[in-house]
Write a protein that binds this ligand. Sequence first.
Ligand code: ATP
Length: 910
Amino acid sequence: MSISVSTTAAHHGLPAHEVVLLLETDPHRGLSGDEAAERLERFGLNRLPPAATAGLLVRILRQFHHPLIYVLLAAGMITAGLKEFVDSAVIFGVVIVNAIVGFIQESKAESALEGLRSMVRTRAKVVRDGRERIVASDELVPGDLVVLEAGDKVPADLRLVRESELFVNESALTGESAPVSKDEVVLPETTPVADRRNIAYSGTLVTAGDGAGIVVATGAETELGEIHRLVGAAEIVQTPLTAKLAWFSKILTIAILGLAAVTFGVGLLRSQDAVETFTAAIALAVGAIPEGLPAAVTITLAIGMARMATRRAVIRRLPAVETLGSTTVICADKTGTLTENEMTVQSIWTPHGLIQVTGTGYAPTGALCDANGAPADVDANAALRWSLLAGACTNDAALAHEGTQWQIVGDPTEGAMLVVAAKAGFHPEQLAATMPRVAAITFSSERQYMATLHRGESNHVVLAKGAVERMLDLCNAQMGADGALQPLNRAKVLSAAAMLTSRGLRVLATAVRADADPSDDFDEASLPGSLTLTGLQAMSDPPRAAAASAVAACHSAGIGVKMITGDHAGTATAVATEVGLLDGDGATTPGSILTGTDLTALSAEECPDAVDRASVFARVSPEQKLRLVQALQSKGHVVAMTGDGVNDAPALRQASIGVAMGRGGTEVAKDAADMVLTDDDFATIEAAVEEGRAVFDNLTKFIAWTLPTNIGEGLVILAAIAFGAALPILPTQILWINMTTAVALGLMLAFEPKEAGIMTRPPRDPGQPLLTRRLVTRILLVSTLLVASAWWLFEWELGNGAGLDEARTTALNLFVVVEAFYLFSCRSLTRSAWRIGVFSNRWIILGVTAQAIAQFCITYLPAMNMVFGTAPIGADVWIRIVAVAAVVTIVVALDKLRHAAAPAMSLSSP
Ligand code: ATP
C-alpha cells in the first residue's frame, strides 16, 4: 500500500472522494482500529519535532554572552598580562563555574517548561470502525476521519469532506485573526496555502460550525510543521519582572563600571601602585555586580510554576506566575468552577403539580413521585410525559455504564435530563427509533435553548428545552395533565421557577408542538409563539467542596470574587450565598446582583462602578464578559477571568490572567488562556494566587539578601582605595564569596515555603517598584554594618599582631558568616528568624553546612591558601567573627521588629 502523506500532493486540487481513495480510507466509517495502529507505527506520532535547539557549543557559548562576563574575561586577561597568574586563573575559574551553573539551570528550566506544556494535551474526535471516539491528537494518522466542531483545535491537516457553516481562525498560520469560512469544493492546484478553503490546517481553531475531514498530513508534514521548521528555536519569554531585572542589571553594571573607573582614578591620583589599584578596581566591579540574580529569578519562577502544576494549575505564559500574585479580582463561572457540574433533576413542575424525583448521581435508578409520595403515573400526566420526552430528545449527551459507574458523555445538564427520562422508562435508543430526529437547532449560550424536529406517526413533532424566560417567548399555551392545551399562565410559571431557583436549583423549561406539519418551517424565526409549555425541570448542582473556603481565603487576601453565569439570577443567588459570595440575604443588598439586561442598560460611565460593586452576574452572555473585564480593569483591578467556550476567548485574552478549564474547556479557550486548571476547580485558582504571591516573596527575599553583600564588598574596596589603606579583601576572595554564597546560600531561598498569613494581606500593587523604600533602607543598613564590621575587625586583627593574610581571611570569613546569619533573617519578610523556626527549610541547613565546609577549606587547606591568599586562623578569631556577626544580626532583627510593629508592613509594601 502506498499512502501519500505529503502536503505537496495537492489534496486541495482533488475531489474529496479521490482523496478518500488515495488515502485508502472510508468517508463514513473512517479507518479500522488495526489499520490506524499500523499506520501509527509507520508514520509516527502526530507531533511536532522538538524545536530545533541551538547546538551544545552555541548553548555553552551563550553562557558567556553577558556584560558582567565580558568584564570578568577582560579582567582575567589583563591580570594574566600583568603576570598575576593565580588571580587570572581564579577569575577564569569563576567564569567557567558560572557558565556551567548557568548551562545546567537553563537546561533544567527548559525541560520543566516542556514537561508543563505536555500536561495540557489536545484531544481529537475521530471516527474509527464507524464509531466516533476521542483520542489524544498525537495518535492521529493519515487517512483518519476527524470530526470538528466549534471550540476544537484542528489536530492535523485535514481535507474537508463535509462542513456546515465552518469557520476557522488561522492566525496561528497566517497571523490573520478574522475567522475564515471553509468548504469542501475542489480548488485549482495553484491555490496558495492561505486560500485553500477545503483544507483545515493543524493548529488552527474552529470558531463556529462543524465539519469532518480526512487527515492528509500529520506531525512535521503539516503546514504548521513546515513553519515550525522555518522558525526554529522557541522564543524565550520575558516577563515584566525579568525585563525589569534585566534593565536593573544593565544600569547596575554601568554604574559599577563607572565607580570602578573612579576608584582606579583616585588610586592613581594618590600615586598608588597602578597594578594594585587596577586589581582593586576589578575587585570592586566583580564584587558589586549581583551575579546570582538572573539565575535566582529563573529558578524561583520555575519552582513557582512547578509548585502551581502540582496544585493543578498549569501556567501557559510565564508572566502569569508573577501577575497571579497581584490579582485583585477573580471572576469565576458558576457551573463547573464553583459547582461540581454534576446535575441531578430533583423536581419537575407541570401546570398540574410538582413531581419529586428520587435517586442521586447518573444511575438511572430512582422514581418519580407526586406530592403525596405516591409513584407518579406518567401515562396519566401528558404534560409530564412530554416534558420528559423533550428532555430526552433535545439532547446530544449519552449515558455510559463503565464498570460499576454510570457516566455522562456530553453536557451534564443534558445528561441529567436523560437520567430522569430513563427513570420514567424512556430510553434514548427506543426514542430514536420511534421518533427519529429530522433536524436540530443546537444549544448556544446566546440562544439559551435547544429545539429538535422529529418524525412522528402522522406528523412532525417539535421539542424544545431551555432557559425559562426564553422558552416562555416560544410558547403560546401550556399543557394540562390530560394533554389539552390551556392558556399560558406566565405569572404562575415564573413564580414556580422562582420557587425552584431560590433553592439553588437550575431550572430548564420544556415545550412541545405535537402536530407540526412536515411542510412547516423549522428554524429560529418560526419557533416564537408556536410551542406549548409542558413543564419545568429543576436540577441540583452542588457547590464544590472547597469552593466556600477558597472564596473565604480570597476575601481575607483582599481579593474580590465575582460569579459570572448564564444561569438564572435566582439560582445564581442561592449558589452564591452558599459559597459565601453574598451574605445571608444577598438579594436585598442593592447592586450586588446584576443581570445581563442590567449590564446592557448601564451607560459607559456607570458601568465600572456598578460592576465593581456587584458580586453576581446572572444571565450574562459570553460577549458581556469582555465588557466586565474592561470595566474592572478601568477601576485599576488585576483581573483573573475563567472561561471555557469559544466566545470566552476575547475575555480570556483581555483579562490580566485568562484561566481556562482543562477538562470542560474548548481548545480555543485554552489557547487564549494564561493558565489552565486541570481540575476546573475554583479552589485551584486561589491556590495558584497563593503560589504567585510566594514566588514574588522569594524573589524579594533573594534581592534583600544578595544586594547588601555586593554593595558591602564594593564599599570596602572603595574605602580602602580612598583612604589609601590595604585591601581588607582581595579580588579573588570577593569572587569566592560571590560564587559560593550565591549557590550555597542565596539560591536556597527559592525553596522557602510560603509565609504564614500569605493570604491575609492585600494584593501587591503591580505598579510598585522592585526596590521599595523599606527594602532600600534595609539593604543600606546591612551593607553599612557589613563594611563597618569587616573593616573594624580587619584593622583590629592587624593591630593585634595578625599578618595581612590572616586579617584578610578574618574579614572574608566575617562576610560569609554575616551573610549566613542574615540569610535566616531574609527567610521571612516580616517575622524574625526565631519565629519561623531555624530548621523549617532543610535546604537552607544543607546550604549553610556546605558553605561552612567550603570556608574551612579556604581557611585551612594549604593549596587554597596559596591560590586565594588566605591563612589559617585560630579559634579565638572565630569567636570574634561569630560575636561580631551576632551583633550585626541583632541590629538587623531590631530594625525588622521596628517595622513589624507597624500594621500590614512588609518589605514588599512601600
Ligand atoms: P455558567 O455560565 O456558569 O457556565 P450556565 O451553564 O448556566 O452557567 P450557559 O451554558 O450559558 O450558562 O447556559 C445559559 C442557560 O441556558 C442556562 O441557565 C439554561 O437555562 C440554558 N441551558 C443550559 N444548557 C442547556 C442545554 N444544553 N440545552 C438547553 N438549554 C440550556
